[in-house]
Structure formats: structure tokens, C-alpha cells
Write a protein that binds this ligand. Structure first.
Ligand SMILES: Cc1ncc(COP(=O)(O)O)c(C=O)c1O
Length: 451
């Protein structure tokens, strides 16, 4: 795959047919805590000196307590190398407690090909190489079915796992926009938070984390060990919260409080790194897979854990770009239905990459049957599946994400295998560090299986 050019390519100029000047197309997303009463007055006050947005429409956000408005901006006479969009929080902004959060993406011209566009987007290469892809011999023989594995637990940076791929794009975007720090978060044992801490350290950025006690699990291992130890080791600044609102709302609060107290403008990374920018990492991963799967038998299906939707959305778009019709079955790890989020992310990715209109809704397959009691709560079946894969192929899964995805895969293999087609890939997304947050439960899980 071609190397990514310098980050300044992010703002690519488009020629304006009506004038000789250059117009940079950008899209802006703004979030409010409450529904803004009047949007009409907003754009002019927000976007000083720029052409008014062409359209702005409010819509419910993916978080129940937030509202979002999106608009397209055409910025005439912009110098794409130096143009910085400056958002200010104006007085008199409509609606109480409006919080403006930037999310500015450039729309690049529609006639270039999607691969070129992907390569033109800023990326900080973190992965040293492609991740392994091979046949799971033990499981294939046990189930008389062709089962492959994509080892994104071995991404080769920090503790491994899927977040490294997202962070290649997120941190590059942050740097391209001039940020010196990032804010993100998740549950106490968030793999994403820990990987954000590791990778931001690697690229010389400060990292602030909102860790939310959203899982009813408490032990010395869970509260202070595993990923929390990693967060600390990487020097991340941690703020802990009780779970009274969606985790993303705490991340937003943290951004606002850093701006207030320190004048910092940190880059906001949403839960799981699942913005369209983050999901680009999985577009790229799907292209990597498309190369590797040529050496295998037919693979009709990928089974992957779905937590915040970015991985599944990126895979869907990347597979479409590669011209593959491989189905992606997302195994939900929480009771939140992320179907609409996946569709939205696919649409945003398609917009960024200039893909032709596609009915993404048709391609989204989500299976909610293996969540068990809820996010972060493994069932005895989860532990059993983990031990089963260790026994057949010496591959280790975690109890929050991949253990549940594996339970889903085993269920298909033992039951409705027709849905899998001729061969399946289990996409391992990592999470191994989080496993040790459950150290006190492991002996009981082993004993249960033995008895
Ligand atoms: C180990 C692991 N697997 C899978 C996922 C789910 O990926 P996504 O959030 O992109 O759906 C996550 C994070 O949420 C994770 O940490």
C-alpha cells in the first residue's frame, strides 16, 4: 500500500467552477447538550469570516442526551496548507449550555479514486507490519469447517488490539489540526483508553482519560490492575466518574473543563475511537485482509466483536472498496443496539472516501444473543469458549469482547453454519490486558469447566 503523504494534504483544494479561487470543502459537526432553539443564527456567529454553511439540520445524536447539527462549509480563498478553522464559542449562541465540539473533516473531490483518497488522509504509522492471518487448524478439524483467524490482537504496538489501527488515523488527525493533547475514555478497564494512553505517549501527546464505573464489577484487579495499570504507566491523567450518563458525555465534560481550567484545546476521541476518522483504520485493515485471504480457501464471512461500531463499519466499507462480498457478522458485547451507528459511520466513511451510494443498511448484520448479562459481564459460556480456543489453537481471548464474539462463532459452527458460507474468519480484536482485570474469577471459571 502506498505511503501516506504529509498531513497538510488533509485539506485538499477543490477548484470552484464559479471563480478562479480555491475552495476548501469541509464538514463541521457540532454537539449540544440540549436541542438548540434556533439554528438559523448559529452559523454566522460560529464561523467567523467564512461562507455561511449551506445546510444545517439538527438530529438526535448517537448519545441520548446530545444533539448534533452538521453542515458543509465552502471556504473561499483558503490556503489549504495553512488554513486553520477557528471555532469560537460566541455569546448569545442559541440554546442553553451549548457545547461546541469540533469535528471537521475535509471533503475531497469526488472524481479521485477511494484508495488514493485513503492514502491521502493523514496517518501516523504505528503498526510495524501487517497482522497474521492463518487457518485455525484445531478449530477447523474440530468443527469440520474452514475457520481462519485475523490476529489483530497482535497489532504490535502497546498491548495490541484493534485500537492501534484507529489511533493511527485519530492521532494523525489530532496532530494535523494542531492539538497537543487528547481526551478519551471508556469503562474502568477500557482497552481503548489504555491504547490511547500508550499511543499518544508514542507520538508525544498528553493524554487525559475519563474512566467511568459503568460495569458492576469491583476488585483490586479490576479497579487498579490490568488496563488501569497501563494507563498509569503511560502517564495518562485519569479522572474517574460514577456512571450517571453516557461515557461520551464525560469525555466532553473533560474537554470543556481542560479548556476552562488550563486553556487547552485537546483533541476529542470518542468512546472506542469510533468516529469516521478512527474507523478508517478498519477500512485499511479490510484491504490488508483482502490481500491475505487470496491465499486461503473461500471465506464468505467474518465474525467480529462489536462494541462501539467503528471496527465493523470500517470493515464493511473496506471490503466494499476491495470488491469483496464477504459478510461481516458483528457480535454485540452490550445491550445497546448499534445498527444505526454502524450505518451512519459507513455513510460518513463513504463520504470521506468518495464511494458511490450504497445501501449500507442491507449489509449490517448484528447478533445480540451473546451479550449475556451485559457489557463487561462474562457468562460461564464466555469463559468456556475462551478455554476452548486455547485448547484447540492456543489463542487467548478476553472475557469482554473476543470471548463473546467467539461464543457467537462457536454457536454458528454448532448450529446454523449455513449462514457462514464456505469459510469463516474470526477477527481477533485483542483485549488481552483486560483479561487480567478479571483475575479473581478465572480459577472459578476453570473449576466450573473441569467439574
Ligand atoms: C478488544 C476489543 N475488541 C473489540 C472492540 C470493539 O470494537 P469497536 O468498538 O470498534 O466496535 C473493542 C473496543 O471497543 C475492544 O477493546
Amino acid at each position: 500500500m502506498a505511503r501516506t503523504p504529509a498531513s497538510s494534504d488533509k485539506m485538499r483544494p477543490m477548484s470552484n467552477p464559479n471563480s478562479s479561487s480555491t475552495v476548501v470543502q469541509a464538514s463541521l459537526t457540532i454537539w449540544w447538550e440540549t436541542m438548540p432553539t434556533s439554528l438559523a443564527a448559529l452559523p454566522a456567529s460560529l464561523v467567523a469570516g467564512h461562507e455561511s454553511p449551506r445546510s444545517m439540520r439538527p438530529e438526535p445524536g448517537c448519545w441520548s442526551s446530545l444533539w448534533r447539527a452538521r453542515c458543509q462549509l465552502g471556504i473561499p480563498d483558503a490556503d489549504p496548507q495553512t488554513q486553520i478553522l477557528r471555532w469560537r464559542r460566541p455569546d448569545g449562541i442559541p440554546g442553553p449550555s451549548a457545547r461546541i465540539l469540533w469535528e471537521v473533516n475535509c471533503d475531497v473531490s469526488s472524481d479521485s479514486d477511494p484508495l488514493a483518497r485513503l492514502d491521502a488522509l493523514p496517518r501516523l504509522p504505528l503498526l510495524p507490519s501487517v497482522t497474521p492471518f492463518y487457518r485455525l487448524d484445531g478449530m477447523s478439524e474440530r468443527h469440520h469447517f474452514e475457520v481462519y483467524i485475523k490476529r489483530d490482537d497482535l497489532t504490535g504496538v502497546g498491548a495490541g488490539g484493534n485500537k492501534a489501527r484507529k489511533l493511527e488515523y485519530l492521532l494523525a488527525d489530532a496532530k494535523a489540526k494542531g492539538h497537543q493533547s487528547v481526551v478519551s475514555g471508556g469503562g474502568v478497564q477500557s482497552n481503548h483508553a489504555a491504547m490511547t494512553a500508550v499511543c499518544s505517549k508514542r507520538v508525544g501527546m498528553d493524554c487525559y482519560l475519563a474512566l467511568v464505573e459503568s460495569v458492576p464489577v469491583s476488585s483490586v484487579f479490576y479497579d487498579e490492575g490490568a488496563n488501569v495499570s497501563l494507563d498509569r504507566l503511560c502517564g495518562a491523567s485519569i479522572t474517574r466518574f460514577k456512571s450517571e450518563k453516557p461515557t461520551d458525555a464525560y469525555i466532553i465534560d473533560l474537554v470543556a473543563s481542560l479548556a476552562r481550567s488550563r486553556g487547552e484545546q485537546p483533541y476529542l476521541i470518542p468512546v472506542g475511537g469510533s468516529s469516521a476518522i478512527g474507523a478508517l483504520g478498519y477500512v485499511r485493515a479490510a484491504l490488508e485482509f483482502a490481500q491475505q485471504e487470496q491465499s486461503a480457501g473461500p471465506i464468505d464471512t467474518i465474525v467480529v466483536a462489536c462494541g462501539s461500531a467503528g471496527t465493523q463499519a470500517g470493515l464493511l466499507v473496506g471490503l466494499a472498496m476491495a470488491g469483496l462480498s464477504t459478510k461481516v457478522i458483528g457480535i454485540s458485547v452490550s445491550h445497546t443496539d448499534l445498527r444505526d451507528t454502524i450505518i451512519r459511520l459507513c455513510q460518513e466513511l463513504a463520504g470521506l472516501l468518495g464511494l458511490k451510494a450504497t445501501d449500507w443498511a442491507d449489509r449490517v448484520v448484528l447478533d445480540h444473543r451473546f451479550v449475556g448479562e451485559g457489557y463487561g459481564l462474562p457468562s460461564s459460556q464466555t469463559w468456556e469458549s475462551i478455554q476452548s480456543l486455547i485448547g484447540s489453537d492456543a489463542v487467548i481471548c478476553d472475557p469482554v469482547y473476543t470471548g463473546k464474539a467467539l461464543t457467537g462463532l462457536l454457536d454458528y459452527l454448532e448450529g446454523d453454519r449455513g449462514i457462514l458460507g464456505a469459510g469463516v474468519t474470526f477477527w481477533h480484536t485483542g483485549g488481552i490486558t483486560g483479561l487480567f482485570g478479571y483475575s479473581d474469577r478465572i480459577q472459578a471459571a476453570v473449576d466450573m469447566r473441569v467439574s
